[in-house]
Design a protein around this ligand. Sequence first.
Ligand code: M6R
Length: 614
Amino acid sequence: MCGIVAAVSTRDIVPVLLEGLRRLEYRGYDSAGIAVLEPVDAKSELRRLRAAGRVAELAGQVQAQGLAAYTGISHTRWATHGAPTERNAHPHVSGGLAVVHNGIIENHEEIRARLKAAGSVFTSDTDSEVIAHLVAFNRKSSVSLLSAATQAVAELEGAFAIALLCESDPEAVVLARKGAPLLIGLGEGENFSASDVSALVQVTRRVIYLEEGDCAELRPGSVRIVDARGTEVERPVHVSEMTAQAVELGPYQHYMQKEISEQPGAVAATLETVIGAQSLQPGLFGADAEALFKDVSSVQIIACGTSYHAGMVARYWLESIARIPTSVEIASEYRYRDSVPDPTGLFVTISQSGETADTLAALEHARTLGYRATLTICNVPESSLIRQSRLRFLTRAGPEIGVASTKAFTTQLAALFLLTLVLARLRGKLDRHAEATYLQALRHLPAALQHVLAAEEKVAAWAKDFASRQHALFLGRGIHYPIALEGALKLKEISYIHAEAYAAGELKHGPLALVDQDMPVVAIAPSDTLLEKLKSNLQEVRARGGRLYVFADRDAPIGDEEEAVRIIKLTDHAGPLSPILHVLPLQQLAYHVALVRGTDVDKPRNLAKSVTVE
Ligand code: M6R
């Protein structure tokens, strides 16, 4: 989704803004822009450049124009209201004032009508432009840019993060946050702002996360924050653990490739605190966890996309190991459905980013339904979901830059397995011996993941067969059905091949009609209790001439390869942890198919990394 970078300093901040935008490219966008206050004689002049396309194009314009300034704001836009054209790209201006905005202003039409009647001239189709005109209008009668902005923000409905600057106060950048992330980066004699910390690691790791309803004024030597009631407040300063290296590509061709290969380390880091333990403590999920977990009667899991698939896998674990009734639902459906809540249950949200608008709204909805025990499993400390949940577990995947989620998924699964064991123990469903066995399996997991990654060359060889296809089917059974769904999502997301996943037993109830010699069918075939059933389903595919691509365990009693049946054997069967291993070759397959097809692997068309709008 959209990204904001802003800076105010006594040195030229244009390179900082451009580098920040480059680092936010992973969020997904379709146009970019910058506005600065350029010193001209004793005054400052607003200059704006915009490009419908990549940050590199914007950087080319900046260089050609020789832009240099001490105060500036910049933006990558993911189009919602209005096409991804230059005229709709941010910043939007009104006189000498410029604004960048993430989110959606829901009451933009009525504000636009009012401002138009008062003489404002609109030049874009966006909802965001109203902010520029509204603040400019207020500025005429207010003492400062900050008070003009706070007055405007009080009128805006919807979710937003805003940065603005004005010729009338050239040493200030003003910020506002409601429902979309925005942070301040603290420097020496300079201050910054950005949508996420990765944009600023080049200049500072000392950050303040703005809270809901906050507005702020940045100057080179000062930061002022006022809360939603207009009271001046202090917010805690955090030192981010993110390093510039963690967000660099290093020797890899793509972030997705890097992130797939980082999974053994990411899972090991996520499990670090329990790897040496004799038994699992509920405190892993927060100080109140034991008290809240003890009497929960059910688990309701809510998430979107890949995180939803992690929830689907967890349902199998929670029901079979912890024996607790579990439901899993897509956040965008749950938030609007008239469901029957179980307020004595545990409400779990899963999110890589912690900023997904639908998941946040579902959590809020759950609170209104009476849920007390809320837990978030998330990869971003200080994210909105983490802050709004009573209990939390931070996965330690490190920054995930590729839009296609990979290491965030496997670390979510590791966290959900821990949750299963903790609940199972509290419910008396796990004896010491079983707990020790599971812990031993978790200890072995990073090594097993490394082993599975080694199959990459064989997987890459299959990619050529897929690259020319229009469609593909993915099959799995039981706990590997969500893994089939995840494999199909990865393939469609980055290669643009239409892929569907089915629980293999469903095949003959419809999808079998699609199978012919042109349809590649990927089967996830671990050596579990459903393998024989799955083999029968695969025969149904073979009998219709379908081409099978089977991922099996090392010792799987599964037939020999033939022209239309390809098999890759991975490693020993990992029992309940098997889904965490079996998703890896599916990620590799999607990656290599996308490489052959030449798509933009890390920034697939139309998609965003962090989906902060509904
Ligand atoms: O940040 P979240 O985990 O809440 O994001 C949810 C989905 O948008 C995300 O998983 C999406 O499906 C990924 N691009 C899939 O690779």
